[in-house]
Structures are given as C-alpha cells and as structure tokens.
Ligand binder design. Structure first.
Ligand code: AMP
Ligand code: MG
Length: 349
C-alpha cells in the first residue's frame, strides 16, 4: 500500500513535469544560473531539491543523504527506526539520537501551544483509521474512545537523549518531520556555502535566499478541490507548508474521511477548512501549525494567529472561500480560475 501511494505521488509529479495538469503552473522565467537537482522518495512522498551555484550538485546530494538519515531515525513504520523502537518498548527507556531528541522536544513544545489540536501521541487513532497502512476503515465510537485514552503527549518523557513512553503510548512525528527535514536541509546547504535553493518535500516547500537573479521564489498553492492551483505566493528564506484533507483520504457510504485527526474526538477534523497553508521562517513550526490550524477551523485559526503571530497563513474553506493573514496581502495572489474570487484579509485588529 505504501509503495502504491508513492507510485501515485511519483506519477503526479511526472504529470506536473509533462505540463499535463488541468491548469498549467504559473510560468517561471528562464534561469541564468545552472540548477542542480536531487530527487528522492522519502517520508512517504516525492522530494526534489533544486540548488544553484558552482558546487550545487554535491550540496544537493549531501542534503538528500541528510533527509534519508532522518527518515531512518523517525519513520513510524520502519522497524529499524528509533521511533519504532520507542513505540515497541513496553514502557522501557530507550536511547535516542540528538536529531530525534531535538525534533521531539520541539514537537512537544508545539503540542503544548496548540490548544489540544496537535498531539504526537495520536498514532493509535491514526492507525485504527488505516492511514498508516492504507487498510482504511471507520472505527466504532467505542473503539475510538478506548484508543483516545492512550493519547496524551504529556505522558512522553524525554530527558536528554533518553525517551520513555508508558506502555500503550505511541508517537508519530508525521505532522512535523518533513518540516524539520526542511530546516535541516537549509542548514546543510548553508553550511556548504549555498545561498540560493528551493526544495519540495511533498506538500512542503522551503526556500533558501531568493532566486539567483535576486527575485522572490514563486510557489503555487494547490486548489483543494483538485482544480489545479488556487494561488501563487512569493517567498524568500521561508517555508510554505500545506495541510489539506485532499492529501490523503478515503470515502465510505458517501462520507469522506481524511488523515488529519482531531485529538479531542478521534475523528477526522471537520472544521470547515479544506486546506491551510502556513508561511514561516521555520519549517517545523510551519508544519506543526498547518496541521493544528486545520483542526481549529477558520475562526479559531484567525484568533490563534492574532494571539501568537510569528507566521502567516492562507485558509481555504470547503465552500471555496479564501482568507489570508495581512502579512501575505502583497505576496499572495489568486490564480487562474480562482482569480475572480474575493480574497478576505485577516487583520490583527
Ligand atoms: P500533516 O500532513 O503535516 O498535516 O500531518 C498529518 C499527519 O500527522 C497524519 O498523516 C498523521 O500521521 C499525523 N496526524 C494526524 N492528525 C494529527 C494531529 N492532530 N496531531 C499530530 N499528528 C497528527
Ligand atoms: Mg504538518
């Protein structure tokens, strides 16, 4: 199942490269400086790193190896990973690498700030719905209630490099791992002297600097209804992370169930949002926030942004309406068939 999902993702990218999408992506101006590309399948998705500059290929290949290293530590399904070992430890303490510890520490902090919408221990519930295996099913309410007893990130104990999970508690860093990987790729490229790069890790895009000619990168935001692209965003030195119900879902008896779970109910989050795109300098924060704001819904997400700041976002509702926080007013524009719609601007006061 995992490989068939990867194949679908790969085909989607190929379709995009062939230009056969219903609506073509926004035209890019020709680049003067040569680009160096590394592609890989990791973290259950297709990844592409595009690096500019003289030693770009070596830099891209090393950054790609860094992602593979992280995946080997963080995968929830790979029997050799540190997360797998912790999830099967039956309450015993397990040693973890500095990467796993750093990401988990950050993830726990973000869960704490998420008002109950992000919980890295929601894994038993995600698995019951079949989202890790592809064996989709709708669990009984009683089953979900029992599984929810095992969900509480406050039970995770991380002291230095030692991780202890009580028996029954399992963690899944799927909501934040690609964001962390993006930050690590940026660090790797910078350390290798690169000043211009753009990376696509599935739905996560992250930019180092600006385009070689100094202009901003143009990132397309997917239309959650499958009608091509909803908008285009201009960024420099930022991560753009989208969470949407359309990314992974199944249908049963006319109902759609997707992979983002509300930890308060154990059911897929039906908040009225179809997708959330977060723009931030931090990939891991953008990744955590895109998942939590999706669970929160339009009004709570806007309130959260007003109270916390430090990021900007695009909220696309299931009724097709689009709202952006005021920091994106000049850098985001609706695109193609979406361009005639009203664009609401969420202001800080
Ligand atoms: P993302 O695609 O970043 O929004 O993350 C979604 C993935 O994170 C899912 O495929 C699950 O593995 C996991 N997940 C789902 N709901 C939650 C949640 N509320 N908190 C933390 N992780 C979640
Ligand atoms: Mg996320």
């Amino acid at each position: 199942m995992k490989s068939s999902r990867l194949l679908c993702a790969l085909l989607a990218v190929l379709v995009l490269l062939c230009g056969c999408e219903k609506e073509p992506p926004p035209p890019e101006e020709p680049e003067e400086e040569e680009s160096h590309i590394a592609t890989l399948l990791a973290m259950d998705t297709v990844m592409k790193l595009t690096v500019y500059g003289p030693d770009g290929q070596t830099a891209a290949d090393r950054a790609s190896a860094r992602i593979e290293e992280l995946e080997a530590l963080l995968s929830v399904t790979d029997e050799g990973s540190e997360i797998f070992a912790a999830n099967h430890s039956e309450g015993a303490a397990v040693p973890v690498s500095s990467d796993t510890a750093a990401l988990l520490r950050k993830a726990l902090e973000l869960c704490g700030a998420s008002e109950g919408t992000l919980d890295v221990t929601v894994y038993p519930v995600v698995r019951a719905w079949g989202f890790t295996t592809g064996n989709y099913r709708v669990p009984e309410t009683g089953e979900l209630r029992e599984l929810l007893d095992r969900v509480d990130y406050n039970r995770v104990s991380l002291e230095g490099g030692t991780l202890t999970l009580p028996a029954g508690t399992e963690i899944d860093l799927g909501a934040v791992a690609k964001g962390y990987a993006g930050d690590q790729v940026m660090a790797s490229l910078k350390a290798q002297g690169v000043s211009s790069a753009i990376i696509e890790l599935g739905g996560n895009v992250q930019a180092l600097g600006s385009k070689p000619d100094g202009s901003p990168w143009r990132v397309a935001v997917h239309a959650p209804d499958g009608s091509g692209y909803a908008g285009v965003l201009e960024i420099r030195d930022q991560a753009v992370v989208t969470s949407g119900g359309y990314e992974r879902y199944f249908e049963e008896d006319g109902e759609t169930y997707w992979h983002i779970i509300d930890p308060a109910t154990g059911y897929p989050a039906k908040s009225g949002l179809a997708s959330v795109t977060v723009v931030s300098e931090s990939g891991v924060e953008a990744d955590a926030l895109s998942t939590s704001l999706f669970v929160m819904g339009r009004e709570r997400a806007a309130e959260y942004w007003r109270a916390h700041g430090g990021f900007q976002c695009i909220l696309i509702s299931e009724d097709g309406s689009v709202a952006v926080t005021e920091g994106l007013e000049d850098s985001f524009s609706l695109y193609g068939s979406w361009s005639g719609r009203p664009l609401e601007v969420i202001r800080s006061s």
